[in-house]
Design a protein around this ligand. Structure first.
Ligand code: ADP
Length: 441
């Protein structure tokens, strides 16, 4: 990060210095050029009256080459030059300043020398007799000015680089410091006092951190609960087996104890099955295999598996299902419907009833499981979806409950983006509705 900021700074500063140097020189040199031409025009004005006077020769000597003076005829032939032999000079008709002077009365031009290190400034003015008076001066070219300024420019750049090093260092520290503080102290309050651009990031990190902590807590709690739940049936298995082993239970009693062992073993199996289901669904790589299924058809099939246990409990089981297509994992749908109906039967009263309904409503397909059972008090309604939460532990256990059924239901619904609503009144019954997104084939 520091290196990137530094590189960025350097690029920016180098560009800024280079651009400023070029622009400044261009502007200054432009001004200098105009000044030179103006000066030359004044020189020409001063020289002009002297040309025909007797002083002309002395003036030229005094100039001593500092100012080049040339007189060119209308035809371009050089008539006089104070620096070279006029007769050997070529026709000047094509020189821009001369051509311009012949045309408009005055003209100027700047030409670089072959070595590029000097420039010659020319100013020409037309005289009354039609000939042209041209004055010229040499000066450093813009190129050589750059060349001369190069050490200075390099020095400035070096200073800029030093400044960027310092600034990049400072800036990176400022940028990174709140993050460093957050890392060191996730729950601390002072890291909130960083700059506003970082706030969303801080919030996300902190809430993720909280989530991780929460889920770790939940896992610890779940493990503790599981161990506890497994312990009870195992203790009774061990106890009954010991009694049989020692010969203390015999005949009919031994048979009864074996039955208890059998029951506890079955309990363990259902419990472990539920735990496996939940942990499979919890696994990050778990993917549900969706297909378009008819929830009505699945409900019908699942309800039929429960007819015997409904009869045993003396509960009437009725269905009212219409076709309702949803995109879902078929096995999970069976599991969800089974758990809801199983509860509706187990927490019912003798002579009560359970009604299972599937019905498409606009864009949704509703699964409604309604019972006339014992109901759930308001204070328990949220919590019954938690793992191992039971309102009446002994009733749950007596009917083969694990305390995981509704947790599995909630999990499956969440993975299918389905909503669960519960209405319940202790003593009159419970209605649980799961709403799925409807699909059309
Ligand atoms: P369990 O295996 O104990 O039935 P669940 O997770 O399925 O566990 O349900 C949690 C608790 O919610 C149950 O122990 C019971 O107290 C209550 N419950 C669930 N469904 C019903 C229902 N239809 N009527 C009354 N109570 C219910």
């Amino acid at each position: 990060m520091k290196r990137r900021i530094l590189a960025y700074f350097m690029r920016m500063l180098t560009a800024a210095v280079a651009l400023t140097t070029v622009l400044m020189t261009l502007v200054t040199y432009g001004m200098f050029e105009r000044r030179m031409i103006e000066d030359l025009s004044v020189d020409a004005q001063v020289l002009h009256p002297l040309l025909d006077s007797s002083d002309a020769g002395r003036v030229m000597d005094e100039l001593n080459g500092a100012l080049r003076v040339t007189i060119i005829g209308e035809d371009g032939v050089v008539r006089y030059d104070n620096c070279s032999d006029a007769s050997r000079m070529d026709n000047h008709l094509n020189r821009p300043e001369v051509a311009q002077a012949l045309k408009t009365g005055e003209g100027s031009d700047v030409r670089d020398s072959q070595t590029m290190d000097t420039s010659t400034f020319y100013y020409a003015t037309r005289l009354e007799d039609g000939s042209v008076l041209r004055v010229a001066k040499e000066a450093s070219s813009i190129f050589s000015i750059y060349l001369n300024a190069l050490p200075l420019i390099l020095l400035v750049m070096a200073m800029m680089i030093a400044v960027s090093f310092f600034a990049a260092h400072l800036l990176t520290d400022r940028l990174v410091d709140p993050i460093r503080r957050l890392t060191a102290d996730m729950d601390g309050e002072h890291s909130a006092a960083s700059y506003p651009e970082l706030q969303p990031f801080m919030r996300t990190i902190r809430s993720q951190h909280e989530e991780i902590l929460k889920s770790a807590d939940m896992r610890v709690e779940f493990t503790a609960n599981v161990s506890h739940e497994l312990k009870t049936p195992l203790t009774s298995i061990s106890g009954y087996a010991e009694l049989i082993e020692s010969g203390m239970a015999q005949g009919e009693q031994a048979q009864r104890f074996a039955g208890e062992i059998h029951k506890s073993a079955n309990r363990l199996l259902t419990l472990i099955n539920d735990i496996i289901k939940l942990s499979q669904m919890d696994a990050p790589e778990h993917r549900i295999e969706r297909e378009v299924v008819d929830l009505g058809q699945i409900a019908e099939g699942t309800v039929n598996q429960l007819r015997i246990s409904a009869e045993k409990m003396n509960v009437t089981l009725t269905t009212d299902v219409k076709p309702g297509l949803v995109s879902a994992d078929k096995g999970m749908m069976e599991e969800l419907i089974y758990n809801l109906c199983d509860n509706a039967i187990r927490y019912n009263v003798r002579g009560g009833s359970v009604r299972v309904e599937v019905r498409p409503v606009r864009e949704r397909v509703l699964l409604v499981v309604q019972d006339t059972g014992i109901g759930i008090g308001r204070e328990h309604q949220e919590r019954v979806f938690e793992r191992f939460y039971r309102v009446d532990k002994s009733r749950s256990k007596a009917t083969g409950g694990t305390g995981l059924g509704l947790a599995i239901v909630k999990h499956i619904a969440a993975q299918h983006d389905a909503n669960i609503t519960m209405e319940s009144e202790p003593g009159s019954g419970t209605t649980i509705t799961v709403s799925f997104e409807r699909v059309t084939r």
